[in-house]
Design a protein around this ligand. Structure first.
Ligand SMILES: [Zn+2]
Length: 291
């Protein structure tokens, strides 16, 4: 599943490619990809003939501001803010960009958006868990999407720090690994970056989160930010399903310390990396470096 660095890579790609993208036509190939009220019909009606504006990211959500031309003031061509376009890629959702018009699309194509010159932005999703919303301008995405409303702080924000994390895990028996996956505690962390940052901080993933010492909490906060920053710089991980807009896979996976390195020697100490299911998620760690 794409995590914060992969979603950030997609955001940058969308921001770069869709500089002046006026939507001229939309096709929703699968109704369930649209999660907002009114379904595909409303989505198409509101999104068509609009300009895709600035892209933001919050946790694993992509959010664009949409604009339309003011019909009353035709001469001035003034734009007005017409709503929000929100996307969650979930397991396998990805955007593909085609600068020239193509007629056929693969069977996993869920939504197609064409620009004025026939260029196409395509949403492809093999597992079909990805979601899109159109949010009216008088609301905020947080008002209408529960996952966004309940999202914890961004790892890079000042709201996320050791004091906050210590407060949140105080007295908790659940493992630190499963705490890190909780989107209401911290936004954007998934399996890869939870395992990698716990390795970097030298903390055993099974450790009850409430038992973490202050110095461990401080190390973990620093490790999370560092691991995410490195991965963003590398364009996201190379895990199977992730592609940026041009079909390029990130480079971070090649540098992973523990993730998907089961039975391989630890890059730091040579000990064999272990893998085990922890709260239903495959977890990787070095028994020597972490503990
Ligand atoms: Zn090791």
């Amino acid at each position: 599943m794409p995590e914060l660095p992969e979603v950030e890579t997609v955001r940058k790609g969308l921001q770069d490619r869709l500089g002046n993208f006026w939507i001229n036509n939309i096709e929703v190939c699968r109704e369930r990809s649209i999660s907002s009220k009114g379904g595909a019909q409303e989505f198409i009606a509101k999104m068509d003939k609009s300009l895709v504006g600035e892209w933001h990211r919050r946790g694993k959500y992509l959010i664009a501001r949409m604009y339309k031309k003011n019909k009353i003031q035709k001469k001035s061509q003034a734009l007005y803010f017409s709503g929000w376009w929100v996307i969650h890629l979930r397991m396998t959702g990805q955007f593909q960009w085609y600068p020239k018009a193509l007629t056929s699309a693969c069977p996993h194509t869920r939504v197609r958006l064409w620009g004025e010159q026939g260029q196409e932005l395509r949403f492809v999703d093999v597992r079909s868990f990805g979601q899109m919303w159109w949010i009216p301008p008088e609301s905020t995405p947080e008002d209408l999407i529960n996952g966004l409303k309940n999202l914890g702080p961004e790892p890079f924000s000042k709201d996320f720090n050791s004091v906050y994390l210590q407060q949140k895990v105080h007295g908790k028996t659940r493992s630190i690994k499963s705490a890190l996956l909780d989107q209401t505690l911290i936004a954007g962390i998934g399996n890869i970056y939870a395992d990698e940052s716990l390795f970097s901080a030298g903390i055993l993933p099974h450790k009850p989160s409430g038992k973490l010492q202050k110095d461990e909490i401080i190390r973990l906060c620093k490790s999370l930010v560092k691991v995410l920053q490195v991965s963003i710089g590398e364009g996201g991980t190379t895990f199977r399903d992730f592609r940026d807009l041009t079909g390029v896979n990130g480079k971070y996976g090649g540098q992973a310390w523990v993730y998907r390195r089961n039975k391989m020697p630890c890059r730091k100490c040579g000990e064999i990396i272990k893998r085990e299911k922890l709260s239903g998620r495959s977890t990787h760690w070095c028994p020597n470096c972490q503990g």
